[in-house]
Design a protein. Sequence first.
Length: 310
Amino acid sequence: MRPLHSFLAIAVAVLWGVNFVVIDIGLEHFPPLLFAALRFTLVAVPAVFLIPRPAIPVRWIVVVGLFQWAGQFGLLFTAMYLGLPAGLSSLVLQAQVIFTVAVAAVVLGERPGRRRLAGIVVASAGIAVIAVGRGAQVPLWPLLLALGAAASWGVANVCVRRAEAPGGLGLLVWSSLVPPLPLLGLSALFEGPDRIRGAFSFFAPGSVAALAYVVVLSTFVGFGIWNALLRRYPASAVAPFTLLVPIIGMATAGVWLGERPGAGELLGGAIVLTGLAVLAVRPSARRAAASLSTPEGPPPGGALRGAGAG
């Protein structure tokens, strides 16, 4: 990746790391499914009247809306509402790297190679350690929901890459039209009309600020840049940048919310980050040069699109 694009990917990771504490603040007032529905309603309207629909088949807009928005954030917000701490949520969600690499290998033919397969195995072992050592204060059910959110994001990353929308903003806005109605329907079913009415009976300044953050900074800025990078580079090259998210997320949660992870969570987190680091580390310059110089290696013009081969 070009240095500017690497910097943008790091900036997105910082925005998303802080975002978990912001979500926790928003959930103090809004029930989770309603909070997610409001987020994407405000992303879509009025921007959908100002930004042209991306020149891609409608099915990709629907699929991205379902997986990247409704699936990921409906599950994540619910997991956090049910007791998964903000810092731990920021870590578990990065299992999306595992799902992204795996799905990209099947759907896009971006073969991960032995190095990235090793990273997947190590990161998966870290998730298992977290599940075992989560302690009585972190129920298993929210952890599984967060893993479901990570899987949904991984599928969405590959869909964004496959759709090849000409720019990230149009796909972001138009795909945000998809989740509000399903999420509102689920909110009415599981959270109930009384809780929905209660959320609109008054507005706490902190919750309104949290909603503004997740709409403007996390979604428009963060995912706008993210989707643009996925359009330009292999999914397996972009996704590992999110290994910075749990570092920022857990540090922010420790300072703002006073969260202190247990020994099992710290050990599992260290293993996950090790696995993600293996996924992110580039091959040595000598090996990369050798792969380009051999007849079997990709031509220079195809090196970028084939970077997922490790």
